[in-house]
Design a protein around this ligand. Structure first.
Ligand code: 4NP
Length: 190
């Protein structure tokens, strides 16, 4: 009896989310970690593919900035990603691409236009690019500000915005796309 249901569950692809900032060492690795933490707590981690990238490749191969990792750690969030630049296939492989600020969004859209002239990318894939702060409910900021050259409060602000936006984003995705998904066995915690 369960065979049909089970095969339908198995074949459902994970919902994929890519977080993007400039260097992929501060904001987007933190966003990846905050989002992962939320879906893990809700028991849905295996239903998502979550990654982050930078619009520049300058920090490629580096772990996240130690100040960002320390600030996240204080909130019980582990930032583990290694920096990589965005690539054309991201526009094929991800359902949603979250830009931290307007410059990141514009750079993503320009890259998409450039890459589309050289290789086949889904025509509408630029629509996958959204601003992270468009999901914030408790904050009125429109961008996640770059904390790199500032003090510790900048990293706290990044996390405040990300915790707000990611919570709403997860709610939106789950209610739109994954409402019927069973939670991961054994991973649910409140
Ligand atoms: P992110 O922060 O874009 O949030 O990773 C930055 C990281 C590095 C630089 C600027 C911003 N940088 O100039 O190297």
């Amino acid at each position: 009896m369960g065979d049909t249901i089970r095969s339908a569950e198995v074949s459902k692809p994970p919902f994929s989310v890519l977080f993007v900032c400039l260097g992929n060492i501060c904001r987007s690795p933190a966003a990846e970690a905050v989002f992962t933490n939320i879906v893990r707590k809700r028991g849905f981690e295996s239903k998502f593919k979550i990654d982050s990238a930078g619009t520049i490749g300058y920090h490629e191969g580096n772990p996240a900035d130690s100040r960002m990792r320390a600030a996240a750690n204080k909130r019980g969030i582990e930032v583990t990603s290694i920096s990589r630049p965005v690539r054309p296939s991201d526009f094929r492989d991800f359902d949603l691409i979250l830009a931290m600020d307007m410059q990141n969004r514009d750079d993503l859209l320009s890259a998409f236009e450039r890459w589309s002239q050289k290789e086949k990318l889904p025509k509408d894939a630029y629509k996958k690019v959204k601003l992270m702060c468009s999901y914030c409910k408790k904050h009125s900021e429109t961008e996640v500000p770059d904390p790199y050259y500032g003090g510790p409060q900048g990293f706290e602000k990044v996390l405040d915005l990300l915790e707000d936006g990611c919570e709403v984003l997860v709610d939106n995705i789950l209610s739109d796309k994954c409402q019927e998904l069973p939670i991961d066995e054994g991973t649910f915690s409140s």
